[in-house]
Design a protein around this ligand. Structure first.
Ligand SMILES: Cc1cc2nc3c(=O)[nH]c(=O)nc-3n(C[C@H](O)[C@H](O)[C@H](O)COP(=O)(O)OP(=O)(O)OC[C@H]3O[C@@H](n4cnc5c(N)ncnc54)[C@H](O)[C@@H]3O)c2cc1C
Length: 438
């Protein structure tokens, strides 16, 4: 189907793509938003799985982190969408083996966390070379809680501490409040950001981008035909970019390719199991449970009865999550049941009887190839490098990978999508015809 030339093609209708399209509309530029999948929202996706009795389930993002500076919080407030404080709702339980940690152990855990965080921040801000998070924490190995603190950081970053750039981890470590939007974050993104972005062409995978065409145009190749544009904003994950999901002609400059590979995708898998009886394991609603991590163990944190629902969500990340994902959905679910059994014994087996489980599948999804990216040691600058416009703004990358302070979050993706419009030549004053000046 032939398509009239447009000022800008935006590739991918996740948070970054929706933000970019809305900004282009606001500026009065013509825009086509192309999405390979059958829905908008990308890694922000809410469903109501029958296996959870129809409860709200966010497969990807669920929290609005760093609420004070998060642009999506202002959008929710302006739209009148109710927000709840995740921190205010949440209660914590920590286990040592199969018993609750005592007061002394909890105090030791708090001390270990505060000491380690302060030391890591000091090292990250210093002049020493960037190393991995694990290496930077090596001198704290004797503390029995260090492994647990690091396991949490790996869980949040979706990669093992030995893989993470200390500096990138520090730049993107989230402070401040965490808010939940009623009905799910994915639903909110599709409704609010979707409305602002305008029409989207679904089931339209971009296969090829020729970004240095004569006359200063860009040609975007899809199975439904080529599109000519003045510029192109690409918001797909670094997993899709590294996997060759889109062919660039000419090939991307070597530093850009290197930046893509310096930002590999981590994996965070969620496993949700519904209680089959009235037992609530003596845990309150919205209760976060962790346990002291021993040598060679992987932390699966558990979020019991979110918002009063009758299910638990287990979170596992890094190499273990990748290994489990490759084995199929039954493996992460079995890992979750094992964790529950370790903490609650046969009581958990009775409560979570049956095979029904919801397991997120971001690792093997060809449209994401992971959950979100991290920088490898020594490559903390890769995010800003990837965000630099190419060919005078004809080609700009955006998305969670391209934000250096809120990397891996919906807030970062949104800000990056909006910023990409400013860096794109579609931002130049309106002109007759299509094609960038110069
Ligand atoms: C399990 C999990 C938990 C998370 N938890 C949180 C959280 O609590 N809070 C938070 O802030 N963030 C969280 N995140 C991260 C957050 O979801 C992402 O950072 C953000 O949604 C990324 O948005 P994006 O627009 O950069 O990319 P995406 O959402 O990946 O959007 C890119 C879009 O491009 C499409 N696409 C891919 N290839 C092509 C192609 N060839 N042509 C056209 N379209 C294509 C994809 O289908 C996708 O829709 C979580 C993510 C996961 C997976």
């Amino acid at each position: 189907m032939p398509t009239a030339p447009v000022d800008c093609v935006v590739v991918g209708a996740g948070v970054a793509g929706l933000a970019a399209a809305a900004e282009l509309r606001r500026l009065g530029r013509s825009c086509l938003l192309l999405e390979a999948g059958s829905r908008i929202g990308g890694r922000a996706w809410t469903t109501h799985p029958p296996a959870l009795g129809g409860a709200v389930f966010d497969h990807g993002a669920s929290w609005l982190h760093q609420a004070e500076g998060n642009p999506l919080v202002s959008i929710a407030r302006a739209a009148g969408d109710p927000l709840r404080s995740a921190d205010g709702l949440r209660e914590w339980r920590t286990y040592v083996g199969s018993r609750l940690a005592d007061a002394e152990e909890l105090a030791a855990y708090d001390r270990a966390e505060a000491t380690l965080r302060a030391a890591l921040a000091e090292r990250a801000e210093g002049a020493q070379a960037d190393v991995s998070l694990a290496e930077a924490a090596a001198s704290f190995a004797a503390d029995p809680w260090t492994r647990t603190v690091l396991a949490w950081e790996g869980l949040i970053a979706a990669a093992d501490p030995g893989c993470l750039s200390l500096r990138d981890w520090h730049l993107n470590s989230l402070a401040g409040g965490n808010l939940l939007v009623e009905g799910g974050l994915g639903r909110f993104v599709a409704a609010r950001l979707g409305a602002a972005a305008g029409p989207v062409r679904l089931a339209t995978p971009v296969q090829r981008i020729s970004w240095q065409e004569p006359g200063g145009t860009v040609t975007i190749g899809t199975p439904h035909g080529d599109i000519t544009a003045g510029s192109c904003i690409v918001t797909v994950s670094t997993g899709v970019l590294a996997g060759g999901g889109i062919v660039f002609a000419p090939a991307l400059p070597a530093p850009v390719e290197e930046a893509v590979h310096a930002l590999p995708m981590g994996l965070l898998t969620k496993v949700a199991l519904r209680a089959t009886g009235p037992d609530r394991l003596d845990l309150p609603a919205s209760c976060a449970v962790d346990r002291q991590v021993g040598p060679g163990e992987t932390l699966m944190s558990l979020h019991f009865w979110p918002g009063g629902a009758d299910h638990v969500v287990g979170f596992v990340a890094g190499a273990t999550a990748w290994d489990l994902a490759r084995e199929g959905d039954a493996a992460p679910a079995a890992f979750c049941r094992d964790t529950l059994r370790t903490l609650f014994g046969a009581r958990a087996d009775r409560l979570f009887a049956g095979d029904a489980a919801v397991v997120t599948g971001w690792g093997l999804d060809p449209l994401t190839r992971g959950s979100y990216c991290y920088a490898v040691p020594g490559q903390a600058a890769a995010r800003s490098l990837l965000a630099q416009p190419l060919a005078d703004g004809r080609l700009v990358f955006a998305g969670e990978a391209c934000h250096s302070r809120l990397g891996g979050t919906v807030g970062g993706a949104y800000l990056s999508g909006k910023a990409a419009v400013g860096l794109s030549c579609a931002n130049a004053p309106a002109r007759p015809g299509v094609g960038c000046p110069g």
